[in-house]
Design a protein around this ligand. Structure first.
Ligand code: FES
Length: 107
């Protein structure tokens, strides 16, 4: 069993400008750093893990983030969303509904 109650994976995959869209071009590295900083500031390093990762799939909807073990997916995340995700999702236990990515929307 993991020592962490939640593990956030932030896609930081970057592609060249002429290629398919990528989360790296949507400032996902900044999102990753801000999220890590907030987790540390709030003394949650032993409860919540944050990791950058390669492409998670829905590149057109980036920046993409997924949270395990619950399996919440986020889309179109910006740096401005980080505080809300920390306060609403991590601290209150309620995912930010306006940012949820639903795989069933894919055709
Ligand atoms: S590049 Fe982020 S989901 Fe594909």
């Amino acid at each position: 069993m993991s020592k962490f109650r939640q593990h956030f994976f932030v896609c930081t995959n970057a592609r060249p400008p002429f290629a398919k869209p990528s989360c790296g071009s949507k400032n996902s590295n900044q999102i990753l750093i801000l999220l890590q900083e907030e987790i540390e500031k709030r003394g949650l390093l032993n409860e919540v893990k944050v990791t950058g990762c390669e492409c998670l799939g829905p590149c057109e909807e980036g920046a993409i983030m997924v949270v395990y073990p619950e399996g919440t997916w986020y889309k179109k995340i910006t740096a401005d969303d980080v505080l809300e995700i920390v306060e609403t999702h991590i601290l209150q236990g309620n995912p930010v509904s306006r940012l949820i990515y639903n795989w069933q929307d894919e055709t």
